[in-house]
Structures are given as structure tokens and as C-alpha cells.
Design a protein around this ligand. Structure first.
Ligand SMILES: [Fe+2]
Ligand SMILES: [Fe+2]
Length: 131
């Protein structure tokens, strides 16, 4: 029996990495969409929309962290620390949801700024390493 890697398996691994990258991209899109839903939500819808963002973000962080073995320790730790930071900011902001003086626009800006900066500084390094 040959011990060389069959070409189909190599192709599979390549697709698998590509699929993972596509999945990470898709998840970013889902979080962005959830932020968009929160932005247009009113009254009672705000709480559920906010919770959805937190749930998606948590799930996405866990997913990324499962694949961080490809990163150098300090890069991985900085990335995970940034996930933890935003998770704790989201938890803190939860107290504001439903308050009559809550500025939804400000929260949306915080979320979009974070996502953009995080993808640029941290996710990019993960994506490059997985490629
Ligand atoms: Fe990340
Ligand atoms: Fe991400």
C-alpha cells in the first residue's frame, strides 16, 4: 500500500482551510448584520437584538480560538485578550440597554469600530496563518 498522500486528500485540506476562512468571513458578516438589526430596533426589540450580538460574538470568538494553534503564543494571547476585552465591554454595556437615555447610535459606533479594528489587527494575522 502506498504511503504517499493521495491528491484528493491534499485538495480536501486546501478546501478545508478555504472553507474555514470563508466561515470566519461569514461569521463577521452575521455579527455586522446583527449590529444592523440592533441599530434599527426599537423599544422591546433592543434587548433581544443586543443579546443576539453577544451570543454571536461569543460563538465566533470560540470558533476562532479553536484554530489559534497556528499562531505564535504572544500573538494568540493578544488576540484572545482582545476577545475577552470586547466580551466584557459588551457585558458592561448590557446595563444600558432598555434605559430611556441610551444612545443606540453610540453603541453601534462602539461595536463597528471594535469589529473593524479587531479584524484589522488580530483576525488578519489568524487568517494569514491559516492560509
Ligand atoms: Fe478575533
Ligand atoms: Fe473575528
Amino acid at each position: 500500500m502506498s504511503t504517499s498522500t493521495p491528491p484528493s486528500l491534499v485538495a480536501c485540506q486546501a478546501i478545508s482551510a478555504a472553507e474555514l476562512l470563508a466561515e470566519i468571513d461569514r461569521e463577521h458578516g452575521v455579527i455586522l448584520d446583527a449590529i444592523g438589526v440592533f441599530e434599527t430596533a426599537r423599544g422591546d426589540e433592543l434587548g433581544a437584538a443586543w443579546e443576539r450580538i453577544i451570543a454571536y460574538a461569543r460563538e465566533h470568538f470560540e470558533h476562532e480560538e479553536q484554530h489559534m494553534g497556528v499562531l505564535a503564543a504572544e500573538v494568540r494571547e493578544a488576540h484572545i485578550a482582545n476577545h475577552q476585552r470586547i466580551a466584557s465591554i459588551l457585558e458592561d454595556l448590557t446595563a444600558e440597554i432598555g434605559h430611556p437615555l441610551t444612545k443606540v447610535d453610540r453603541l453601534v459606533r462602539v461595536l463597528r469600530d471594535w469589529l473593524e479594528t479587531h479584524i484589522d489587527r488580530h483576525d488578519r494575522l489568524l487568517v494569514d496563518a491559516l492560509r
